[in-house]
Ligand binder design. Sequence first.
Ligand SMILES: CC(=O)N[C@H]1[C@@H](OP(=O)(O)OP(=O)(O)OC[C@H]2O[C@@H](n3ccc(=O)[nH]c3=O)[C@H](O)[C@@H]2O)O[C@H](CO)[C@@H](O)[C@@H]1O
Length: 366
Amino acid sequence: MNIVISGGGTGGHIYPALALIKEIKRHEPDSRILYIGTEKGLEAQIIPKEGIAFESVYITGFKRSLSFDNVKTVARFLKATRRAKRIIHDFKPDVVVGTGGYVCGPVVYAASALGIPTLVHEQNVIPGLTNKFLSRYTSRVAVTFSGSATYFPQGKTVVTGNPRATEVALADKDAGLASLNVPEGKRYVLIVGGSRGARAINEAVVDMAASFSDYPDYHFIYVTGEVHYEKTLEALQRNGKLPTNMTVRPFIYNMPEVLAGIDLIVNRAGASFLAEITALGLPSILIPSPYVTNNHQEKNARWLEAKGAARVIIESELSGSAMLAEIDEVLKDGKRIETMRSAAKALGQPDAATLVYNELKAIARA
Ligand SMILES: CC(=O)N[C@H]1[C@@H](OP(=O)(O)OP(=O)(O)OC[C@H]2O[C@@H](n3ccc(=O)[nH]c3=O)[C@H](O)[C@@H]2O)O[C@H](CO)[C@@H](O)[C@@H]1O
């Protein structure tokens, strides 16, 4: 099966695409894959690193409010669609897939105009604008949560889960910790602010890092986000020497393996991360981003909290000490952590990638 796949802007749209590519390759090692993204999105760094062919189109997102920029965006959309049509025509895929983010708009639209079967994958409970628009033209819509099926046309919408869940469930847990060079025999806490890092979480960590050494049984793995790395490291060092039970990284490229080895995650509440956490049955402390459409991260987080899988701290109530107290409260209570683990696991969908692959087989040109 030859596939063009598009998704981008942030990791939450790119990693499900990568997980799906891995699943396709697992079944069909000879399949040809082409990824279409934008030069500005994280995909331009991540995809070529994975050895996958990458082409780009130029496109920006629509503003939800009335704005002259939207006129320019329409012009860019038309131009990007023409370019996507040329790329797709030359590559001759059997199916075209979009995993969200505005770059999918021209790519999936171009494919359906060319009569090529298409599928979009939606990671969130509340769908993004691009997927909603595209769902009118696609052959299939694959959703992560049954609750979002109501936003899409009936008859072509299927509940599959997020393909990244499968990748994480198959990950080697010892390899992740070994790659970070962390000491053995600790309780491992990963602190991360989604795929791009989060200023509020970084401030809380800078504020509390000096106290990490009061918890020698814990090892803190802290991901700042690529663009925040230098400044955050400087701020940490300004507060004194880095504690020895702390590892700081700008980004982690082998996240599935790292997630498989840790005991607790402190994070935003992006949908792909949540699919990973639940596939593994990993307890979490979630600080939803208040800066997203329809406050959807808080809805994601409250869903896990209601099932007993996660604790939630609202950003306005976040401080270094609140975060550290919550981490310690979860980790020191063996019974609580077990309950959180099984509650998270019950929500996991580890066969998601296979379900999406089966849909692709069903619609692909013979
Ligand atoms: C601010 C914003 O608009 N956020 C959205 C974005 O989040 P964001 O891009 O942060 O996405 P998620 O938190 O859902 O997922 C991040 C992905 O990046 C990976 N990762 C992250 C950090 C790292 O160092 N290494 C790494 O590999 C994670 O394993 C995961 O697969 O897309 C998600 C959905 O798709 C949405 O739910 C989020 O609301």
